[in-house]
Design a protein. Structure first.
Length: 131
């Protein structure tokens, strides 16, 4: 999927007057997801991202590592903080939209492999994102 198409899809799917831009939501969800999955799967996803989004997938601090263990609540709290959202409901909306578009951009095998790396409650957030 091309950069413009990815951005437009995220923006189109976010609720009207959402308090964060598509770009901010993408960065927050990407970095949080990258933290949670192993580096091998993170690398697989990165290969399918448009060049302009790869920097949003990277960690802002090079000493951070992938594969950190945390659950759905912690995932959404991290998205909330990174995106400057007011509550976990907004973070859930942002995650759902970005997951939906990301799942359209990567092969089905990577959708499945990502799901297997997530704990059950976070896996449901990933799988329930509507394509």
């Amino acid at each position: 999927m091309e950069y413009t198409q990815f951005m437009n899809e995220v923006q189109r799917r976010l609720p009207a007057n959402f308090p964060a831009t598509a770009k901010v939501c993408i960065r927050a969800v990407f970095q949080t997801l990258h933290h949670r999955i192993g580096e091998g799967q993170a690398g697989q996803i990165e290969t399918h991202l448009p060049q302009e989004l790869k920097k949003d997938w990277e960690f802002p601090n090079p000493q951070e590592q992938a594969g950190e263990v945390f659950d759905r609540q912690q995932f959404l709290e991290n998205v909330r903080q990174l995106a400057g959202l007011q509550d976990l409901t907004e973070a859930r909306e942002a995650a759902d939209v970005v997951f939906t578009v990301l799942k359209l951009a990567i092969p089905q095998a990577d959708v499945h492999d990502t799901a297997t790396e997530l704990p059950p409650n976070l896996r449901h957030l990933w799988l329930d994102a509507n394509a």
